[in-house]
Write a protein that binds this ligand. Structure first.
Ligand SMILES: *[C@@H]1O[C@H](CO)[C@@H](O)[C@H](O)[C@H]1NC(C)=O
Ligand SMILES: *[C@@H]1O[C@H](CO)[C@@H](O)[C@H](O)[C@H]1NC(C)=O
Ligand SMILES: *[C@@H]1O[C@H](CO)[C@@H](O)[C@H](O)[C@H]1NC(C)=O
Ligand SMILES: *[C@@H]1O[C@H](CO)[C@@H](O)[C@H](O)[C@H]1NC(C)=O
Ligand SMILES: *[C@@H]1O[C@H](CO)[C@@H](O)[C@H](O)[C@H]1NC(C)=O
Ligand SMILES: *[C@@H]1O[C@H](CO)[C@@H](O)[C@H](O)[C@H]1NC(C)=O
Ligand SMILES: *[C@@H]1O[C@H](CO)[C@@H](O)[C@H](O)[C@H]1NC(C)=O
Ligand SMILES: *[C@@H]1O[C@H](CO)[C@@H](O)[C@H](O)[C@H]1NC(C)=O
Length: 666
């Protein structure tokens, strides 16, 4: 009898367990809307898949939760919250009628950028944006920086520069030279070498600066070695050798040291970039101690970057794809020796047109500095970087694409960085009307479902050219429209298209002309037409293989279109413009810029902004004379009539002022 009872009990427990929802980790990031004054909107990120997420919110951690949203997207934006206020959220994931995921209560506090009066801006859509961060090697009030110098024969020397404010560096002291460093190269290019991913870290216990680099002969990548050196800050380095760690070939790598100096690690691609080895270092960080584990087996990952947050190590890597944008991934663990989590997607499928790069710390926040090799794949004037602030929690990480970030490196808390989104996301879950899909598996709705990291989650048209119309449900002034397309590795494609807006769904005006686009994977369209529109239509006329210029309509697929804007009704003139006397770009010195407009009418006035907002009549800054530009500046301007009507398009002029302060050691 007793035995029988136990069996029944066991069966009951088993049934309950089978139906219990899995736990869902919800990450949160407060962010600012362009034109706002604080990060008083909260982006929620759901880290496990479900068909629908139900979001509840309260101002108390224990009661008063009410449902605020029901979405298919793994992100949800909660807008227009109170400033400096803590909000509590609970989220469940539902498949069909079954609750499959359930989160703990998570909290998030809205904030404003510290020293909001004089923020620095980093615009992710501007090629010449430069992060003006402080140096990271600070010893007794002196910042050190080491500059790699090469000539036609490869590595020549490292020279040291110093700074007392962390921004402006000077000096030119040779601290490592070719004749010592390259001496071990005895074949192919004897005595000549090159060093990549040079990393310098201060060991907090020995007080020495430790250097590790990826070491190769000058001509090719046959050596697959690491090199290491050590210096007393300010002195020349002792070069300690170049070698294969424990005999394993080693290429892309990262060098991570515990903040308290208790341990150091090297994570390096091995077996000709097939796998990633995790090695511990000796206590002084200058020798490989042992191989702890091998991760990302057969995943061919590049550009490893490690951070440790709240007891978890996070390893970010990029997918090898030549210069083309590729998918970033991460894994996490509480011990370098493992176990490490499964490989997880992050960002979007093509990392916003970039490749995963280094993680930078700006004040108290971590930011992915992702590399856009646009000069190599897209004919852009220079290669550039896009910054994505990272959120971490319980072994999960996330970063999203924001138009810009505002930052202040001298602040230590979370408020050192504010992400600025171009507008509210208006497209997720909108109804669409498009050229028939090629099959039910690739339906039109998949391009506005907010899911950006699942490769096969795309709309495929049955023919090219094709159209794709999004009904926003009400008129909105649009600021930015992102296109994320399918790309097939090795046959990367770009889309040629126009974007049009309409108030009635019948007559359309072109608001972005990208018929000469050559950017693959992810394209940002900034909108200068300030009329409100309810319908947004893409007309794609071609899909071109970037490698050979041939049509590649077989690769058609739109993963996501994201429309940002503000719902309101507004009319604006389209024939006039505001012009700036200086073109967008990078300049060596401070300069002044003058604005003018060809909008006619007496009493026409130009208003401008430098805080990413669309300038407003009346409450905005009235243009009265030359504007002085001394640092990276996003200038926007609009002409208004005497009656306060918008009588021009929006001017967007982005400027960077060159600086020696750029931190190459980060
Ligand atoms: C719920 O649905 C998602 C998305 O379709 C799927 O990935 C996940 O495995 C499902 N979860 C369960 C417990 O069925
Ligand atoms: C989500 O909302 C849609 C309509 O807006 C509704 O049909 C659906 O049942 C809701 N889902 C859940 C799980 O509540
Ligand atoms: C540093 O000094 C070397 C040798 O005197 C010189 O060739 C080089 O141009 C200098 N570099 C800089 C950046 O001043
Ligand atoms: C060349 O260098 C390698 C290590 O880099 C070493 O194993 C080998 O013995 C050297 N050969 C000669 C001829 O010195
Ligand atoms: C670093 O520590 C290892 C192991 O204790 C030792 O063999 C090596 O000589 C040390 N290196 C330096 C440069 O102090
Ligand atoms: C969808 O768009 C096409 C082409 O613009 C148009 O002919 C058709 O009427 C639209 N259908 C709906 C239901 O709006
Ligand atoms: C203003 O200048 C723009 C750009 O040159 C031109 O396209 C537009 O027609 C002009 N408008 C007027 C009213 O002159
Ligand atoms: C970088 O920031 C520092 C500190 O705020 C400032 O003094 C310097 O002018 C900035 N440089 C540029 C080029 O913006």
């Amino acid at each position: 009898m007793l035995a029988m009872k136990n069996i029944l009990l066991l069966a009951l427990v088993y049934t309950l367990a089978a139906h219990a929802a899995d736990s869902l980790v919800v990450l949160t990031r407060p962010f600012q809307l362009a034109g706002g004054t604080a990060a008083n909107n909260i982006k929620l990120i759901f880290t496990s898949p479900a068909d629908t997420y139900l979001v509840s919110r309260s101002l108390s951690s224990s009661s008063g939760f009410s449902q605020i949203a029901n979405t298919t997207s793994y992100t949800y934006d909660d807008y227009a919250l109170k400033k400096s206020t803590t909000y509590f959220y609970k989220v469940v994931g539902v498949n069909g009628t079954e609750t499959v995921l359930e989160s703990d209560v998570v909290s998030s506090t809205t904030y404003a950028l510290a020293d909001g009066g004089n923020p620095q801006v980093y615009d992710n859509t501007f090629l010449y944006s430069t992060l003006n961060n402080t140096g990271s090697l600070l010893v007794d009030g002196v910042y050190y920086k080491y500059v790699y110098e090469s000539d036609d024969d490869g590595f020549l020397r490292f020279y040291q520069q110093t700074s007392t404010d962390g921004y402006s560096f000077s000096g030119n002291k040779t601290v490592m030279e070719r004749d010592v460093v390259c001496a071990s190269v005895n074949a192919t290019t004897p005595g000549l070498c090159k060093i990549e991913r040079q990393t310098f870290k201060l060991h907090p216990l020995t007080g020495k600066i430790v250097f590790w680099g990826h070491f190769e002969n000058e001509a090719d990548y046959a050596l697959g070695e690491l090199c290491v050196a050590e210096a007393t800050p300010g002195e020349e380095f002792d070069f300690l050798g170049a070698f294969r760690p424990l005999g394993y070939d080693s290429r892309d790598f990262t060098f991570f040291g515990e903040e308290d100096g208790s341990a150091g690690y090297i994570l390096s691609a091995t077996d000709t970039n097939t796998n990633m080895n995790v090695y511990s270092l000796t206590a002084n960080w200058t020798d490989i101690d042992e191989l702890l584990t091998t991760v990302l087996v057969s995943q061919y990952r590049e550009a490893p970057a490690v951070e440790k947050i709240d007891g978890y190590y996070y390893l970010f890597t990029s997918n090898s794809a030549g210069w083309y944008p590729s998918a970033a991934n991460y894994i996490s663990a509480t011990d370098m020796a493992g176990p490490w989590s499964d490989t997880r997607a992050i960002g979007d499928l093509f990392t916003f047109g970039t490749q995963s790069g280094a993680v930078n710390k700006i004040g108290g926040q971590y930011v992915m500095k992702a590399d856009r090799w646009g000069a190599n794949f897209d004919g852009e004037a220079v290669n550039s970087e896009r910054l994505a602030p990272i959120v971490f929690g319980q072994g999960f990480a996330s970063y999203e694409f924001y138009h810009a970030i505002l930052y202040n490196p001298e602040e230590s808390g979370a408020s050192s960085v504010v992400a600025v989104q171009a507008g509210k996301v208006l497209s997720i879950g909108a109804s669409v009307n498009a050229t028939a899909a090629s099959s039910d598996s690739y339906a039109a709705g998949l391009a506005v479902d907010g899911i950006k990291t699942v490769y096969t989650n795309y709309y495929v048209p049955s023919a090219v050219p094709f159209y794709y119309t999004i009904d926003l449900g009400a008129e909105a002034v649009l600021s930015q429209i992102d296109l994320l397309t399918r790309i097939v590795k090795g046959s990367e494609t770009y889309y040629t298209y126009t974007v049009s807006g309409s108030t009635d769904g019948e007559s359309y005006t072109v608001i972005a002309d990208n018929t000469d686009n050559e950017a693959v994977g992810f394209v940002v369209n900034l909108i200068t037409d300030l009329n409100s529109y309810r319908y947004v239509r893409f007309d794609v006329d071609g899909i071109i293989n970037a490698h050979n210029g041939n049509s590649a309509t077989w690769a058609a697929g739109i993963n996501e279109i994201t429309v940002y804007g503000t719902k309101t009704t507004q009319t604006a003139a389209l024939d006039a413009v505001v012009s700036a006397s200086v073109a967008s770009g990078l300049y060596d010195d401070d300069f002044t810029v003058e604005l003018s407009t060809n909008a006619t009418g007496s009493g026409t006035t130009i208003y401008y902004s430098t805080d990413l907002a669309t300038p407003k009549s009346g409450c905005g800054t009235k243009y009265t004379g030359a504007i002085s530009v001394k640092k990276s500046t996003d200038l926007k301007a609009v002409a208004y009539s005497k009656a306060g009507k918008i009588v021009s398009r929006l001017l967007i002029a982005d400027y960077a002022v060159s600086q020696d302060a750029k931190d190459d050691n980060a």
